[in-house]
Structures are given as structure tokens and as C-alpha cells.
Design a protein around this ligand. Structure first.
Ligand code: AMP
Ligand code: MN
Ligand code: MN
Ligand code: MN
Length: 286
């Protein structure tokens, strides 16, 4: 029942359909090698990888089960809060309309960020980011890669600290939807809304309590409790919040690219106090 070695769930991962470095096919191959039982591909504001993934699983006759997924950016009191949607009907109109809005907001933000970066001397950065993204679905990760390629910074963290992070010189706040709109669209599509990486928002416990309460009121289903880099104290705190609001618990590596410190399905165990999201009545594989 729990995330046992026999059946490993990883319900948060990225591909080249957003800012991941592996294609859907490469990610699935890796998940298969790592003996993942169920994988959710949760690209930022797009579900364009899901059909590709389904086709590949069928062709290769992989044992692994796919879970429909997406990670929606939302705007909340100056924070960017990520809501993972799982198990939804991918043809649902409300969800697809919301994702189109998000994609338009992302395009607009990319243009404005590129203008700021160009004024700082990075001529042609939009084109570079566009090529790295392979489309106009451009993430800050692609700008970070372009800045590294230009020698402006040595690594990702530097790019976010100096240019791309909240309040930094090339930061532009995107016109993301609200938490309520994201959760409603996921629920309309008969899916489950998960508050992604709740301990990564750099907010006080007081704000976090307020966020979880509002997310639960909006119809959210679960907190992402099983994460790779989380302290025992943080985990205990999230478990209490989940219990308090009768929320289920989800697990996800947030895998973006092969690296030493992160792996699909690794270190995602839930304790007995948590009710895993796969026990939710609406849980279903793709
Ligand atoms: P976006 O969705 O375009 O706003 O880009 C946000 C993405 O940038 C996140 O999903 C992460 O993958 C990445 N990111 C955010 N902050 C950092 C950071 N400090 N270092 C490296 N990557 C980051
Ligand atoms: Mn990302
Ligand atoms: Mn996220
Ligand atoms: Mn993510």
C-alpha cells in the first residue's frame, strides 16, 4: 500500500515538453530501468507530452503505469505557487482553456524577460532560449541555460540569484492564474490537485498554514509530502498540516535532469501517518 520497494510511485517529473532535459521517451526509459511502478509526467503548464508517453509505453510494452499529470504555476500574494494536477481527463475543455491561458502568459513573460536581458547586453537571448526550449514554451530554466552558455554565470543558482529569481534584475511576474482557478480546472477534469513542494516557497510557517488552508478550501486534494530534499522536521510539519485539513499525501522527485542528488523514485517514502494519494477514490492511471 505504501511506497514499497515493490511498487514505487513518482508523481512529479519533467521532460523537454517543459524545462526537463530528457525527452518523454528518455524519461520513461530511465523510469523503467529504475523500476518505477507509476510515473506522473507533470510538465509546467502543458500536457503535450502525455500522448507521446502513452504511445511509447504501448510500443515498448513497458510495465510502468503512466499517471496523467501537469504542474500549473499560480499567483498568490506575490509568491509563485505550483499546483500539480493528477489523474485528470486530458480532453477536458476547462483544463485545456486554462492551460492555453497559462501558455499565453508564459510567452508574454518570456518576451518581457528577454527585453530586460537584452538591455543588459545579452543580444539574441530570446532566440537562444527559444532554441533551447525547442518552442516558444520558454521557461526560466532555458534563460538560465542561455546565460550559462554566454558565460554570464557559472551555474543555475547564479542565474536565478543574479537575474531570474523573484525581484532580481530580469525578473518579470507572469500573469499566472489563481490557486482557485487552477484547482477548479483540475477538479472539473475529474483530477486531483496537489500542492507541490510546500516547503520550497521560502515563506514562514504562518504563511504556509494560510496557503494550505486556502488550497484545501479551494478543493485541493493533497500535499506533496514525499520529496527528495526535505528535513524530518519539515516532513512532520507537513504531515500535521495534511491531517489538520484532511488532505492526502503525494510523492514526487521533481526530476528535471540526471544529477547526482536526484533520481526518479528515490527517497520518496511516506510514513504511516500519511494517507497516500493513490488511496483517493478518484485515483486512476492513464
Ligand atoms: P518558470 O516555470 O519558467 O517560472 O521556471 C521555474 C523553474 O525554474 C522551476 O520549475 C525550476 O525548474 C527552475 N528553478 C527555479 N528556481 C531555481 C533555482 N534557484 N535554481 C535552479 N533552478 C531553478
Ligand atoms: Mn521546472
Ligand atoms: Mn515546481
Ligand atoms: Mn516541478
Amino acid at each position: 500500500m505504501q511506497n514499497t520497494p515493490n511498487f514505487i510511485y513518482d508523481l512529479h517529473s519533467h521532460t523537454t515538453h517543459s524545462d526537463g532535459s530528457l525527452t518523454a521517451e528518455e524519461l520513461l526509459t530511465r523510469a523503467d530501468i529504475k523500476q518505477i511502478g507509476a510515473l506522473a509526467i507533470t510538465d509546467h503548464d502543458t500536457i503535450s507530452g502525455l500522448n507521446v508517453a502513452k504511445q511509447f509505453i504501448a510500443e515498448q510494452q513497458l510495465k510502468l503505469k503512466l499517471v496523467n499529470g501537469v504542474e500549473i504555476s499560480t499567483k498568490w500574494h506575490g509568491f509563485e505557487i505550483h499546483i500539480v494536477g493528477l489523474c485528470f481527463d486530458q480532453d477536458n475543455t476547462a483544463l485545456n482553456e486554462l492551460l492555453s491561458r497559462q501558455q499565453a502568459a508564459r510567452k508574454e513573460r518570456a518576451k518581457l524577460m528577454a527585453l530586460k536581458l537584452e538591455k543588459k547586453g545579452f543580444a539574441g537571448i530570446y532566440q537562444q532560449a527559444y532554441e533551447l526550449a525547442g518552442s516558444d514554451h520558454i521557461s526560466r530554466t532555458h534563460f538560465a541555460k542561455a546565460l550559462i552558455a554566454n558565460g554570464a554565470v557559472a551555474h543555475f543558482n547564479g542565474a536565478f540569484k543574479k537575474y531570474l529569481g523573484k525581484g532580481k534584475s530580469a525578473y518579470v511576474a507572469a500573469e499566472w492564474v489563481s490557486i482557485e482557478d487552477a484547482v477548479s480546472a483540475i477538479n472539473e477534469a475529474n483530477g486531483l490537485a496537489v500542492l507541490a513542494h510546500p516547503v520550497r516557497y521560502d515563506m514562514s510557517n504562518k504563511w504556509l498554514a494560510k496557503l494550505v488552508a486556502q488550497f484545501a478550501d479551494a478543493g485541493g486534494a493533497a500535499l506533496e509530502v514525499g520529496m527528495t530534499q526535505i528535513s524530518p522536521n519539515q516532513r512532520a510539519h507537513l504531515q500535521r498540516l495534511a491531517q489538520q485539513h484532511q488532505l492526502y499525501s503525494s510523492v514526487g522527485s521533481d526530476f528535471h535532469a540526471p544529477a547526482r542528488w536526484i533520481e526518479l523514485g528515490r527517497h520518496l517514502k511516506l510514513t504511516e501517518q500519511c494517507v497516500p494519494i493513490w488511496q483517493h477514490p478518484k485515483w486512476r492511471f492513464a
